[in-house]
Design a protein around this ligand. Structure first.
Ligand SMILES: Nc1ncnc2c1ncn2[C@@H]1O[C@H](COP(=O)(O)OP(=O)(O)OP(=O)(O)O)[C@@H](O)[C@H]1O
Ligand SMILES: [Mg+2]
Length: 210
């Protein structure tokens, strides 16, 4: 597969959608063929799974069920969206990927890493991103930017302690995957952050120099 795969991670409201949109505009101006997609989702089946996972009514969902649904949505999304784009030689920008499972279901929910690795083994073996960017901003600040928690979203209303554990897990993953999982300081304006991201990706040869 000749394309490149870039994933974006961060807490709720860290600016993933904003940065992916700005990067997409930048790539479009430079004529770089790319696909913008998100997890869980990006296709009919995975979007349907997303609705089940995030449904605020499903308070009885077990942590294991949640993790398996994310893993199921992931393999479908790889088959429907990511693999075809990579085969066409396109750049794939994906909103959340495997480190979300480690941070949310591992750090946040407390599921063992071995379980998460087992259920995600297909993705881990065949589709590791060329780089995953961590939009680094503490969860409380990120929620402020979003003007608070969306009560209808099961993950967003999981509580402050949960989101603090997610953030700590992301920080630990940065140390575990140097060069593959890379932090971007997001304390500046969205345009400053966007310029940093473009420069980082150019430096790594993942996008052409501007
Ligand atoms: N650098 C920034 N400074 C201030 N506000 C910002 C910045 N970047 C993004 N925002 C704002 O913060 C809010 C959250 O950003 P965004 O929706 O991109 O985050 P997200 O990570 O995609 O969130 P979610 O997890 O809900 O998808 C938006 O209202 C956005 O306009
Ligand atoms: Mg978003």
């Amino acid at each position: 597969m000749s394309g490149k795969f870039i994933a974006f991670e961060g807490c709720e409201g860290a600016g993933k959608s904003t940065q992916m949109r700005l990067l997409s505009e930048y790539l479009q101006k430079r004529g770089v063929s790319h696909v913008v997609t998100r997890e869980p989702g990006g296709g009919e089946i995975s979007e349907a799974i997303r609705k089940v996972i995030l449904n605020g009514k499903f308070t009885a969902m077990t942590d294991e069920c949640e993790a398996l649904l994310y893993a199921a949505a992931r393999v479908q999304h790889l088959a429907d969206t990511v693999a075809p784009a990579l085969e066409r030689g396109q750049l794939v920008l994906c909103d959340r990927y495997i480190f979300s499972s480690y941070a949310y279901q591992g750090g946040g929910r407390g599921l063992p890493r071995a379980f998460l690795e087992a259920i995600n083994s297909y993705a881990l073996e065949h589709f590791m991103p060329d780089v995953t960017l961590f939009l680094d901003i503490p969860p409380a600040l990120a929620f402020d930017r979003k003007h608070g928690v969306d009560e209808s979203d099961r993950m967003e209303c999981a509580g402050e302690g949960f989101h603090a554990r997610v953030y700590a897990a992301y920080k630990a993953l940065l140390k575990e995957y140097p060069g593959k999982f890379v932090a971007v300081d997001c304390s500046g304006t969205k345009f400053e952050t966007s310029a940093k991201i473009a420069a980082m990706l150019e430096e790594r040869g993942l996008i052409p120099r501007g």
